[in-house]
Design a protein around this ligand. Structure first.
Ligand code: NAP
Length: 433
Protein backbone atom coordinates (compact mmCIF):
# COMPACT_ATOMS: atom_id res chain seq x y z
CA UNK A 1 0.00 0.00 0.00
CA UNK A 2 1.17 3.54 -0.83
CA UNK A 3 0.15 6.41 1.40
CA UNK A 4 -0.08 9.92 0.01
CA UNK A 5 -1.01 13.13 1.83
CA UNK A 6 -2.30 16.06 -0.20
CA UNK A 7 -2.21 19.40 1.61
CA UNK A 8 -5.04 21.53 0.25
CA UNK A 9 -8.50 20.49 -0.95
CA UNK A 10 -8.88 22.95 -3.82
CA UNK A 11 -8.87 22.01 -7.51
CA UNK A 12 -5.15 21.13 -7.58
CA UNK A 13 -5.56 18.90 -4.51
CA UNK A 14 -8.56 16.97 -5.78
CA UNK A 15 -7.22 16.60 -9.33
CA UNK A 16 -4.10 15.07 -7.75
CA UNK A 17 -6.18 12.69 -5.63
CA UNK A 18 -8.18 11.70 -8.72
CA UNK A 19 -4.99 11.12 -10.70
CA UNK A 20 -3.45 9.02 -7.92
CA UNK A 21 -6.55 6.85 -7.86
CA UNK A 22 -6.29 6.34 -11.60
CA UNK A 23 -2.55 5.63 -11.43
CA UNK A 24 -2.41 3.40 -8.40
CA UNK A 25 -5.97 2.10 -8.03
CA UNK A 26 -6.49 0.15 -4.83
CA UNK A 27 -2.78 0.34 -4.07
CA UNK A 28 -3.06 3.87 -2.72
CA UNK A 29 -4.67 5.65 0.21
CA UNK A 30 -4.92 9.42 -0.15
CA UNK A 31 -5.59 11.85 2.70
CA UNK A 32 -6.63 15.32 1.53
CA UNK A 33 -5.85 17.68 4.39
CA UNK A 34 -7.32 21.19 4.69
CA UNK A 35 -7.09 23.84 7.38
CA UNK A 36 -10.77 24.66 6.77
CA UNK A 37 -13.60 22.40 7.98
CA UNK A 38 -15.01 22.71 4.44
CA UNK A 39 -13.44 21.49 1.19
CA UNK A 40 -12.69 22.92 -2.26
CA UNK A 41 -10.45 25.91 -1.45
CA UNK A 42 -10.54 28.34 -4.35
CA UNK A 43 -13.87 27.00 -5.60
CA UNK A 44 -15.58 28.02 -2.38
CA UNK A 45 -13.50 31.05 -1.41
CA UNK A 46 -12.11 32.39 -4.71
CA UNK A 47 -14.44 31.79 -7.66
CA UNK A 48 -16.97 34.63 -7.83
CA UNK A 49 -20.34 33.86 -6.22
CA UNK A 50 -22.19 34.80 -9.42
CA UNK A 51 -20.19 32.23 -11.39
CA UNK A 52 -22.05 29.15 -10.18
CA UNK A 53 -21.37 27.19 -13.37
CA UNK A 54 -17.63 27.34 -12.58
CA UNK A 55 -18.26 26.33 -8.97
CA UNK A 56 -20.18 23.27 -10.22
CA UNK A 57 -16.83 21.55 -10.87
CA UNK A 58 -16.87 20.66 -7.17
CA UNK A 59 -19.31 17.84 -8.03
CA UNK A 60 -16.41 16.15 -9.81
CA UNK A 61 -14.22 16.52 -6.73
CA UNK A 62 -17.06 15.17 -4.60
CA UNK A 63 -17.00 11.91 -6.55
CA UNK A 64 -13.29 11.57 -5.78
CA UNK A 65 -13.81 12.52 -2.14
CA UNK A 66 -16.49 9.85 -1.71
CA UNK A 67 -14.37 7.00 -3.01
CA UNK A 68 -13.05 4.46 -0.53
CA UNK A 69 -9.37 5.21 -0.89
CA UNK A 70 -9.62 9.00 -0.58
CA UNK A 71 -10.32 10.74 2.71
CA UNK A 72 -10.99 14.42 3.54
CA UNK A 73 -9.26 15.59 6.71
CA UNK A 74 -10.67 19.04 7.41
CA UNK A 75 -9.91 21.47 10.24
CA UNK A 76 -6.27 20.38 10.29
CA UNK A 77 -3.73 23.20 10.05
CA UNK A 78 -0.37 22.02 8.79
CA UNK A 79 2.28 23.82 10.80
CA UNK A 80 0.12 23.90 13.93
CA UNK A 81 -1.61 20.50 14.20
CA UNK A 82 0.97 18.52 12.25
CA UNK A 83 4.21 19.57 10.58
CA UNK A 84 5.45 18.87 7.05
CA UNK A 85 8.38 16.75 8.35
CA UNK A 86 5.90 14.70 10.40
CA UNK A 87 3.77 14.14 7.28
CA UNK A 88 6.85 13.16 5.29
CA UNK A 89 7.59 10.63 8.04
CA UNK A 90 4.09 9.18 7.86
CA UNK A 91 3.37 9.18 4.10
CA UNK A 92 5.23 7.86 1.05
CA UNK A 93 4.59 11.15 -0.72
CA UNK A 94 3.31 14.57 0.37
CA UNK A 95 1.79 16.87 -2.25
CA UNK A 96 1.63 20.60 -1.53
CA UNK A 97 -1.58 21.90 -3.11
CA UNK A 98 -1.77 24.96 -0.91
CA UNK A 99 -2.67 27.44 -3.67
CA UNK A 100 -1.65 31.08 -3.54
CA UNK A 101 -3.93 32.72 -0.99
CA UNK A 102 -1.73 35.74 -0.11
CA UNK A 103 -1.92 39.09 -1.89
CA UNK A 104 1.16 40.51 -3.53
CA UNK A 105 1.52 43.85 -1.76
CA UNK A 106 1.12 47.18 -3.58
CA UNK A 107 4.54 48.55 -2.81
CA UNK A 108 3.94 52.29 -3.22
CA UNK A 109 3.72 55.17 -0.72
CA UNK A 110 0.35 55.08 1.02
CA UNK A 111 -0.15 51.45 -0.03
CA UNK A 112 -0.98 50.60 3.59
CA UNK A 113 -3.58 53.34 4.17
CA UNK A 114 -6.97 52.18 5.48
CA UNK A 115 -9.16 51.66 2.42
CA UNK A 116 -6.46 49.87 0.42
CA UNK A 117 -7.68 46.29 0.22
CA UNK A 118 -6.00 43.29 -1.39
CA UNK A 119 -8.08 41.15 -3.72
CA UNK A 120 -7.55 38.04 -1.56
CA UNK A 121 -9.17 39.92 1.32
CA UNK A 122 -11.93 41.49 -0.79
CA UNK A 123 -12.77 38.27 -2.64
CA UNK A 124 -12.55 36.33 0.64
CA UNK A 125 -14.96 38.86 2.20
CA UNK A 126 -17.70 38.45 -0.41
CA UNK A 127 -17.13 34.69 -0.53
CA UNK A 128 -17.41 34.15 3.22
CA UNK A 129 -13.81 33.28 4.08
CA UNK A 130 -13.64 33.25 7.89
CA UNK A 131 -10.43 35.34 7.95
CA UNK A 132 -11.98 38.21 6.02
CA UNK A 133 -15.54 38.29 7.39
CA UNK A 134 -14.81 41.44 9.39
CA UNK A 135 -13.03 43.28 6.55
CA UNK A 136 -15.70 46.00 6.26
CA UNK A 137 -14.51 47.51 2.95
CA UNK A 138 -15.39 51.23 2.68
CA UNK A 139 -18.38 51.18 0.32
CA UNK A 140 -19.77 54.53 1.53
CA UNK A 141 -17.63 56.35 -1.04
CA UNK A 142 -18.44 57.58 -4.56
CA UNK A 143 -15.56 55.92 -6.38
CA UNK A 144 -13.25 52.92 -6.12
CA UNK A 145 -10.08 52.06 -7.99
CA UNK A 146 -9.35 48.46 -8.96
CA UNK A 147 -5.69 47.93 -9.83
CA UNK A 148 -4.81 45.23 -12.35
CA UNK A 149 -6.04 44.02 -15.72
CA UNK A 150 -6.58 40.32 -14.98
CA UNK A 151 -9.71 38.26 -14.36
CA UNK A 152 -9.64 38.98 -10.64
CA UNK A 153 -9.87 42.72 -11.36
CA UNK A 154 -12.87 41.92 -13.56
CA UNK A 155 -14.52 39.87 -10.80
CA UNK A 156 -14.05 42.70 -8.30
CA UNK A 157 -15.31 45.40 -10.68
CA UNK A 158 -18.36 43.31 -11.60
CA UNK A 159 -19.26 42.50 -8.00
CA UNK A 160 -18.99 46.22 -7.10
CA UNK A 161 -21.22 47.10 -10.07
CA UNK A 162 -24.01 44.56 -9.76
CA UNK A 163 -27.51 45.24 -8.44
CA UNK A 164 -29.14 43.06 -5.76
CA UNK A 165 -31.30 41.55 -8.50
CA UNK A 166 -28.19 40.43 -10.39
CA UNK A 167 -27.08 38.35 -7.41
CA UNK A 168 -30.12 36.07 -7.68
CA UNK A 169 -28.83 32.52 -8.14
CA UNK A 170 -25.44 33.39 -6.62
CA UNK A 171 -24.13 32.27 -3.23
CA UNK A 172 -22.79 35.64 -2.15
CA UNK A 173 -22.77 35.68 1.66
CA UNK A 174 -25.36 37.75 3.52
CA UNK A 175 -22.91 40.29 5.00
CA UNK A 176 -21.52 41.17 1.54
CA UNK A 177 -24.91 41.09 -0.15
CA UNK A 178 -26.26 43.59 2.38
CA UNK A 179 -23.22 45.88 2.30
CA UNK A 180 -23.05 45.93 -1.52
CA UNK A 181 -26.77 46.68 -1.68
CA UNK A 182 -26.11 49.84 0.36
CA UNK A 183 -22.93 50.77 -1.51
CA UNK A 184 -22.55 54.40 -2.61
CA UNK A 185 -19.95 53.55 -5.26
CA UNK A 186 -20.94 54.89 -8.66
CA UNK A 187 -17.59 54.94 -10.46
CA UNK A 188 -15.23 51.98 -10.61
CA UNK A 189 -11.86 52.73 -12.20
CA UNK A 190 -10.01 49.68 -13.54
CA UNK A 191 -6.32 50.44 -13.99
CA UNK A 192 -3.90 48.66 -16.29
CA UNK A 193 -0.27 49.65 -16.26
CA UNK A 194 -0.08 48.56 -19.91
CA UNK A 195 -2.54 48.81 -22.81
CA UNK A 196 -5.65 47.09 -24.20
CA UNK A 197 -3.55 44.54 -26.09
CA UNK A 198 -1.80 43.49 -22.87
CA UNK A 199 -4.86 42.72 -20.75
CA UNK A 200 -5.03 39.33 -19.01
CA UNK A 201 -8.85 39.15 -19.14
CA UNK A 202 -10.62 36.27 -20.86
CA UNK A 203 -13.37 37.08 -23.38
CA UNK A 204 -16.35 35.49 -21.64
CA UNK A 205 -15.60 37.26 -18.36
CA UNK A 206 -14.88 40.61 -20.03
CA UNK A 207 -18.00 40.36 -22.21
CA UNK A 208 -20.18 40.16 -19.08
CA UNK A 209 -19.38 43.79 -18.28
CA UNK A 210 -21.25 44.88 -21.38
CA UNK A 211 -24.54 43.42 -20.09
CA UNK A 212 -24.85 44.73 -16.55
CA UNK A 213 -28.20 46.05 -15.37
CA UNK A 214 -27.08 49.30 -13.84
CA UNK A 215 -23.48 49.78 -14.94
CA UNK A 216 -21.73 50.47 -18.20
CA UNK A 217 -18.05 49.98 -19.07
CA UNK A 218 -16.20 52.89 -20.70
CA UNK A 219 -12.93 52.91 -22.60
CA UNK A 220 -11.10 55.64 -24.51
CA UNK A 221 -10.61 54.53 -28.09
CA UNK A 222 -7.44 56.69 -28.24
CA UNK A 223 -5.79 54.11 -25.94
CA UNK A 224 -6.01 51.43 -28.64
CA UNK A 225 -3.44 50.58 -31.30
CA UNK A 226 -4.67 50.62 -34.91
CA UNK A 227 -7.51 48.15 -35.54
CA UNK A 228 -5.37 46.17 -38.00
CA UNK A 229 -2.97 45.27 -35.17
CA UNK A 230 -5.73 43.19 -33.54
CA UNK A 231 -5.16 40.59 -36.28
CA UNK A 232 -1.76 39.85 -34.74
CA UNK A 233 -3.31 38.79 -31.44
CA UNK A 234 -3.95 35.22 -30.42
CA UNK A 235 -7.70 34.48 -31.06
CA UNK A 236 -8.84 34.57 -27.41
CA UNK A 237 -7.03 37.82 -26.78
CA UNK A 238 -8.45 39.27 -30.01
CA UNK A 239 -11.94 38.45 -28.78
CA UNK A 240 -11.28 40.20 -25.47
CA UNK A 241 -9.91 43.26 -27.26
CA UNK A 242 -12.97 43.25 -29.55
CA UNK A 243 -15.17 43.43 -26.45
CA UNK A 244 -13.15 46.39 -25.23
CA UNK A 245 -13.54 48.15 -28.58
CA UNK A 246 -17.30 47.55 -28.42
CA UNK A 247 -17.38 49.15 -24.98
CA UNK A 248 -16.13 52.37 -26.57
CA UNK A 249 -19.43 52.77 -28.42
CA UNK A 250 -21.71 52.07 -25.43
CA UNK A 251 -23.77 54.98 -24.10
CA UNK A 252 -22.96 55.94 -20.50
CA UNK A 253 -26.65 55.91 -19.63
CA UNK A 254 -26.62 53.87 -16.43
CA UNK A 255 -26.13 54.86 -12.81
CA UNK A 256 -22.67 53.32 -12.50
CA UNK A 257 -19.65 53.39 -14.79
CA UNK A 258 -16.64 51.09 -15.00
CA UNK A 259 -13.86 53.30 -16.37
CA UNK A 260 -10.89 51.52 -17.95
CA UNK A 261 -7.70 53.53 -17.46
CA UNK A 262 -4.92 52.06 -19.59
CA UNK A 263 -1.23 52.98 -19.47
CA UNK A 264 -1.89 53.93 -15.86
CA UNK A 265 0.67 52.97 -13.21
CA UNK A 266 -0.28 53.68 -9.59
CA UNK A 267 2.55 55.57 -7.86
CA UNK A 268 0.99 56.68 -4.55
CA UNK A 269 -2.14 56.49 -2.47
CA UNK A 270 -2.98 59.70 -0.64
CA UNK A 271 -5.43 60.80 2.04
CA UNK A 272 -5.79 61.97 5.62
CA UNK A 273 -5.74 58.71 7.56
CA UNK A 274 -7.62 56.90 4.79
CA UNK A 275 -7.72 56.60 1.02
CA UNK A 276 -8.85 59.80 -0.70
CA UNK A 277 -7.07 59.62 -4.03
CA UNK A 278 -4.77 57.48 -6.13
CA UNK A 279 -1.87 59.12 -7.93
CA UNK A 280 -1.20 57.55 -11.28
CA UNK A 281 1.68 57.95 -13.71
CA UNK A 282 0.97 57.63 -17.42
CA UNK A 283 3.08 54.96 -19.11
CA UNK A 284 4.15 53.87 -22.56
CA UNK A 285 5.39 50.47 -23.71
CA UNK A 286 9.10 49.95 -24.30
CA UNK A 287 10.42 47.69 -27.06
CA UNK A 288 10.03 44.61 -24.81
CA UNK A 289 6.41 45.49 -24.06
CA UNK A 290 7.08 46.60 -20.47
CA UNK A 291 5.41 49.69 -18.97
CA UNK A 292 7.72 52.66 -18.48
CA UNK A 293 6.64 55.84 -16.73
CA UNK A 294 6.38 59.04 -18.77
CA UNK A 295 6.68 61.33 -15.74
CA UNK A 296 3.18 62.69 -16.34
CA UNK A 297 0.85 62.05 -13.39
CA UNK A 298 -2.81 62.57 -12.58
CA UNK A 299 -5.06 61.92 -9.57
CA UNK A 300 -8.13 59.70 -9.32
CA UNK A 301 -10.46 60.66 -6.47
CA UNK A 302 -11.55 57.45 -4.76
CA UNK A 303 -12.26 56.18 -1.27
CA UNK A 304 -11.23 52.57 -1.81
CA UNK A 305 -8.43 50.87 -3.72
CA UNK A 306 -8.61 47.14 -4.43
CA UNK A 307 -5.30 45.68 -5.59
CA UNK A 308 -5.71 42.75 -8.01
CA UNK A 309 -2.06 42.36 -8.92
CA UNK A 310 -1.51 38.67 -8.28
CA UNK A 311 -1.03 36.29 -5.40
CA UNK A 312 1.67 34.23 -3.74
CA UNK A 313 1.94 30.92 -1.93
CA UNK A 314 2.76 31.25 1.76
CA UNK A 315 6.19 29.70 2.40
CA UNK A 316 6.50 26.69 4.71
CA UNK A 317 9.56 26.55 6.96
CA UNK A 318 12.10 24.12 5.56
CA UNK A 319 10.50 23.86 2.09
CA UNK A 320 12.54 25.55 -0.68
CA UNK A 321 10.77 28.66 -1.92
CA UNK A 322 11.13 31.06 -4.87
CA UNK A 323 10.45 34.52 -3.44
CA UNK A 324 10.22 36.33 -6.79
CA UNK A 325 7.66 33.90 -8.23
CA UNK A 326 5.79 33.38 -4.95
CA UNK A 327 5.82 29.57 -5.20
CA UNK A 328 7.72 26.53 -3.95
CA UNK A 329 10.98 25.80 -5.77
CA UNK A 330 10.31 22.67 -7.82
CA UNK A 331 11.34 20.87 -10.98
CA UNK A 332 8.10 20.07 -12.82
CA UNK A 333 6.29 19.42 -9.57
CA UNK A 334 9.09 17.61 -7.76
CA UNK A 335 10.48 19.40 -4.71
CA UNK A 336 12.48 16.45 -3.40
CA UNK A 337 12.63 14.44 -0.19
CA UNK A 338 9.15 12.97 -0.73
CA UNK A 339 7.61 16.40 -1.38
CA UNK A 340 5.76 17.44 -4.54
CA UNK A 341 3.87 20.59 -5.56
CA UNK A 342 0.84 21.08 -7.80
CA UNK A 343 -1.34 23.98 -8.93
CA UNK A 344 -0.51 27.54 -7.94
CA UNK A 345 1.91 26.27 -5.26
CA UNK A 346 3.87 24.73 -8.15
CA UNK A 347 3.38 27.21 -11.03
CA UNK A 348 2.49 30.47 -9.35
CA UNK A 349 -0.97 32.04 -9.69
CA UNK A 350 -1.81 31.53 -13.35
CA UNK A 351 -4.19 29.57 -15.52
CA UNK A 352 -7.77 28.46 -15.13
CA UNK A 353 -9.14 25.75 -12.83
CA UNK A 354 -8.72 23.19 -15.61
CA UNK A 355 -5.00 23.97 -15.86
CA UNK A 356 -4.57 22.17 -12.54
CA UNK A 357 -5.77 18.88 -13.96
CA UNK A 358 -2.74 17.99 -16.11
CA UNK A 359 -0.59 19.26 -13.26
CA UNK A 360 -2.09 16.74 -10.86
CA UNK A 361 -1.87 13.93 -13.40
CA UNK A 362 1.78 14.65 -14.12
CA UNK A 363 2.72 14.61 -10.46
CA UNK A 364 0.71 11.40 -9.86
CA UNK A 365 2.69 9.71 -12.64
CA UNK A 366 5.94 10.84 -11.07
CA UNK A 367 4.85 9.63 -7.64
CA UNK A 368 3.83 6.25 -9.08
CA UNK A 369 7.26 5.92 -10.73
CA UNK A 370 9.12 7.10 -7.60
CA UNK A 371 7.19 4.64 -5.42
CA UNK A 372 7.43 1.70 -7.80
CA UNK A 373 10.21 0.13 -5.81
CA UNK A 374 9.18 1.36 -2.35
CA UNK A 375 5.96 1.56 -0.39
CA UNK A 376 4.42 -0.32 2.43
CA UNK A 377 6.92 1.06 4.89
CA UNK A 378 4.98 4.14 5.91
CA UNK A 379 2.09 4.17 8.31
CA UNK A 380 -0.15 6.68 6.53
CA UNK A 381 -3.53 7.64 7.93
CA UNK A 382 -3.38 5.45 11.07
CA UNK A 383 -0.29 7.38 12.15
CA UNK A 384 -1.90 10.74 11.34
CA UNK A 385 -5.03 9.86 13.30
CA UNK A 386 -2.99 8.89 16.33
CA UNK A 387 -1.01 12.11 16.17
CA UNK A 388 -4.08 14.33 15.73
CA UNK A 389 -5.95 12.58 18.51
CA UNK A 390 -3.05 13.04 20.90
CA UNK A 391 -3.13 16.76 20.06
CA UNK A 392 -6.88 17.08 20.52
CA UNK A 393 -7.55 18.03 16.90
CA UNK A 394 -11.23 18.00 15.94
CA UNK A 395 -10.96 16.26 12.56
CA UNK A 396 -13.76 17.01 10.09
CA UNK A 397 -14.62 14.18 7.69
CA UNK A 398 -16.32 14.35 4.31
CA UNK A 399 -19.53 13.04 5.88
CA UNK A 400 -19.35 15.94 8.33
CA UNK A 401 -18.94 18.31 5.38
CA UNK A 402 -22.05 16.84 3.77
CA UNK A 403 -24.00 17.76 6.91
CA UNK A 404 -22.56 21.28 6.83
CA UNK A 405 -23.44 21.55 3.15
CA UNK A 406 -27.02 20.40 3.79
CA UNK A 407 -27.36 22.95 6.60
CA UNK A 408 -26.08 25.72 4.29
CA UNK A 409 -28.66 24.74 1.66
CA UNK A 410 -31.44 24.64 4.25
CA UNK A 411 -30.79 28.21 5.42
CA UNK A 412 -30.33 29.74 1.94
CA UNK A 413 -32.36 32.83 1.09
CA UNK A 414 -34.76 32.48 -1.84
CA UNK A 415 -33.01 32.10 -5.19
CA UNK A 416 -29.66 31.20 -3.69
CA UNK A 417 -28.26 27.64 -3.62
CA UNK A 418 -26.80 28.08 -0.12
CA UNK A 419 -26.06 30.51 2.67
CA UNK A 420 -22.50 29.69 3.66
CA UNK A 421 -21.42 29.56 7.26
CA UNK A 422 -18.70 32.11 7.76
CA UNK A 423 -17.46 31.41 11.28
CA UNK A 424 -15.49 28.20 11.79
CA UNK A 425 -17.47 27.46 14.99
CA UNK A 426 -20.71 27.64 12.97
CA UNK A 427 -19.31 25.22 10.39
CA UNK A 428 -18.27 22.84 13.16
CA UNK A 429 -21.61 23.23 14.92
CA UNK A 430 -23.56 22.39 11.76
CA UNK A 431 -22.07 18.86 11.76
CA UNK A 432 -24.31 17.92 14.61
CA UNK A 433 -27.53 18.85 12.79
P1 NAP B 1 -3.19 37.99 -13.54
O1 NAP B 1 -4.01 37.40 -14.61
O2 NAP B 1 -1.77 37.63 -13.48
O3 NAP B 1 -3.31 39.58 -13.65
C1 NAP B 1 -2.60 40.43 -12.80
C2 NAP B 1 -2.69 41.86 -13.32
O4 NAP B 1 -2.05 42.69 -12.37
C3 NAP B 1 -2.00 42.08 -14.65
O5 NAP B 1 -2.79 42.95 -15.43
C4 NAP B 1 -0.68 42.76 -14.24
O6 NAP B 1 -0.18 43.64 -15.22
C5 NAP B 1 -1.17 43.56 -13.06
N1 NAP B 1 -0.09 43.95 -12.15
C6 NAP B 1 0.82 43.14 -11.55
N2 NAP B 1 1.62 43.86 -10.74
C7 NAP B 1 1.21 45.15 -10.86
C8 NAP B 1 1.63 46.37 -10.27
N3 NAP B 1 2.65 46.41 -9.41
N4 NAP B 1 0.99 47.52 -10.61
C9 NAP B 1 -0.04 47.48 -11.47
N5 NAP B 1 -0.50 46.38 -12.06
C10 NAP B 1 0.12 45.21 -11.75
O7 NAP B 1 -3.76 37.65 -12.09
P2 NAP B 1 -5.22 37.58 -11.46
O8 NAP B 1 -6.17 38.53 -12.09
O9 NAP B 1 -4.95 37.66 -10.00
O10 NAP B 1 -5.70 36.11 -11.81
C11 NAP B 1 -4.97 34.95 -11.35
C12 NAP B 1 -5.34 33.76 -12.22
O11 NAP B 1 -6.67 33.35 -11.93
C13 NAP B 1 -5.31 34.07 -13.70
O12 NAP B 1 -4.81 32.98 -14.40
C14 NAP B 1 -6.76 34.30 -14.02
O13 NAP B 1 -7.10 34.08 -15.37
C15 NAP B 1 -7.42 33.31 -13.10
N6 NAP B 1 -8.83 33.69 -12.85
C16 NAP B 1 -9.76 33.21 -13.70
C17 NAP B 1 -11.08 33.58 -13.53
C18 NAP B 1 -12.12 33.07 -14.49
O14 NAP B 1 -11.80 32.33 -15.39
N7 NAP B 1 -13.37 33.42 -14.37
C19 NAP B 1 -11.45 34.44 -12.50
C20 NAP B 1 -10.45 34.91 -11.65
C21 NAP B 1 -9.14 34.52 -11.84
P3 NAP B 1 1.01 43.19 -16.20
O15 NAP B 1 0.38 42.31 -17.22
O16 NAP B 1 1.51 44.47 -16.73
O17 NAP B 1 2.02 42.46 -15.33
Amino acid sequence: MRHVAVIGSGPAGYYSAEALQKQLGDEVRVDVIDRMPVPYGLIRFGVAPDHQSIKAVSRRYEKVALSDNVRFCGNVLVGRDVTVPELVGLYDAVILATGAPDDRPLDIPGGDLPGVVGSAAFVGWYNGHPEFAALGPPLDVAAAAVIGNGNVALDVARILAKTAHEFVGSDIVAHAFGALGNSAIRTIHVLGRRGPHQIAMTPKELGELGHLEDAVPRVEIEDFPPLLDDALLEPGQRKSVTHLREFASLKADKAKTIEFDFFAKPVAVEGEGKVERLIVEKTRLDERGAAVGTGETYAIDCGMVVTCIGYKTPPIKGVPYEEDRGRFANAEGVIGGGLYAVGWARRGPSGTIGTNRPDGYEVAEKIAADLASVGGRKEGRAGLDRLLESRGVDLVTFRDWQKIEAAEAARAREGSPREKFVAIEDMLGARKG
